[in-house]
Ligand binder design. Structure first.
Ligand SMILES: *Cc1c(COP(=O)(O)O)cnc(C)c1O
Length: 426
């Protein structure tokens, strides 16, 4: 890899663990030197060596309008000039809360935070406070940020409580989390049959984007909704990634499910740090200062970040926005799959709205085990060849990809052509 990126990476590693401020950026999964970026505009970004890339990461989801959209940048500049933070209420927070509640019928009330991790961590505390129960169900391969209760892997038996998946997470905490297989209705029914009365919440990515992309089976989401209702557990849809990415009504609208709580992030900040959690009034009223569940944040609802989010949410409400995004994302998947097929490469792809999954495997996977069955070496080869050709995909076989409204049909065609050339020489 190029000169300046290499120099920066060496410098970065001196005082930043691994040279990065979030681990997947380090390219450990694919090998090589991470690109340091200096600039982005629309569908493209430029690295420290001056090389330009078509970007299919979009800052891991937030950049649904592409880089540095002029209206979003203007909104940020205007807000910044009026003061960076007050630590007191501002009118733009009301606008944001009203808009989120208008777009998502499942939200009666919403609270803003500064990251997806904070949103999910707070939603779980709230669900525990509301139900007076401790146990939590999550699904293997779903990521909900890095709070302690969620960095948990499956226990030794099928329906036994979990073990920490990270150093520093107390086993005493992990033991409250039951980790089940995604899309497995029978297992979920079994868990509720056994532990129903102690389960505070089920948290789920309604479309998974953190073990590559896994689409939910409708029956799985339906069963989850029914079981939570029946047993008095709080259903938390973690829409930090899917929120306003798969459609204007998020995954809950797409699949016709009403969760009790929803967590948001990424797109609602348009590239600035904004997260949110919200849902039913009787649950949300348990939060301080109204209720006993504590949650707070110095920069929560920060006016500059909220301005970026509001500008973004305004633009994505234009008629046909998500249809066009969905079509382009589908065209990318279809194009890549056709190119692979033409040259006999084992490959499949699928998309939901503006997020997609690429798999070096015959068919798109439905579970964590099937994702693990993808050919990781093939992905790594593809990743580096595409990177060299100026197409930036997530540096891991286990992440979803993102298309933005700034990607043109020509951009997509260019990426498909680059992949075709790579598959031809496979
Ligand atoms: C990204 C993500 C999070 C964590 O959000 P951060 O802003 O990185 O803390 C949580 N849940 C899901 C589904 C995500 O994709």
């Amino acid at each position: 890899m190029s000169h300046r990126n290499q120099q920066l990476f060496e410098r970065a590693q001196r005082h930043i663990p691994g040279g990065v401020n979030s681990p997947v950026r380090a390219f450990r999964s694919v090998g090589g030197t991470p690109c340091f970026f200096t600039q982005g505009s629309g569908s493209r970004m430029t690295d420290a060596d001056g090389k330009s890339y078509l970007d299919y990461v979009g800052s891991w989801g937030p950049l649904i309008l592409g880089h540095a959209h002029p209206e979003v940048v203007a909104a940020v500049q205007q807000a910044a000039a009026l003061g960076l933070s007050f630590g007191a209420p501002t009118e733009s927070e009301i606008e944001m809360a009203n808009l989120l509640c208008a777009l998502l019928p499942s939200l009666d009330m919403v609270r803003l935070v500064s990251s997806g991790t904070e949103a999910t961590m707070s939603a779980i505390r709230l669900a525990r406070g509301f139900t007076g129960r401790d146990a939590l169900i999550k699904f293997e391969g779903c990521y909900h940020g890095h709070s302690d209760s969620l960095l948990v892997k499956a226990g030794s038996g099928m329906l036994t409580f979990g073990n920490p998946s990270s150093g520093g997470v107390p086993a005493d905490l992990a033991k409250h989390t039951l980790v089940l297989d995604y899309n497995n209705v029978a297992q979920l029914e079994g868990a509720f049959a056994e532990y129903g009365a102690s389960i505070a919440a089920v948290i789920v990515e309604p479309v998974v984007g953190n073990m590559n992309l896994i689409a939910p089976r409708q029956a799985f989401l339906d069963a989850m909704r029914g079981l939570c209702t029946k047993h008095g557990a709080v259903l938390i849809f973690d829409e930090v990634m899917t929120g306003f990415r798969v459609g204007l009504t998020c995954a809950q609208g797409h699949y016709g499910i009403t969760p009790d709580l929803t967590t948001l992030g990424k797109v609602i900040g348009g590239g600035m740090p904004v997260g949110a959690f919200g849902g039913k009034r009787e649950i949300m009223e348990m939060i301080a200062p109204l209720g006993p569940v504590y949650q707070a944040g110095t920069l929560s609802g920060n006016p500059v970040a909220v301005a970026a989010g509001l500008a973004t949410l305004r633009l994505i409400q234009q008629p046909g926005f998500h249809d066009a995004l969905t079509r382009k994302t589908q065209a990318l998947c279809d194009g890549l799959a056709a190119a692979a097929k033409q040259h006999g490469v084992t490959f499949s792809a699928q998309s939901v709205g503006g997020m997609f999954g690429l798999y070096f495997r015959q068919q798109p996977p439905h579970s964590y085990a099937e994702v693990m069955d993808c050919d990781k070496d093939a992905f790594n080869r593809f990743f580096h060849a595409m990177l060299a050709a100026g197409h930036y995909f997530a540096p891991s076989a286990f992440e979803a990809g993102f298309v933005s409204a700034a990607h043109s049909e020509t951009d997509i065609a260019e990426t498909v052509a680059a992949a075709e050339a790579i598959f031809k020489a496979w």
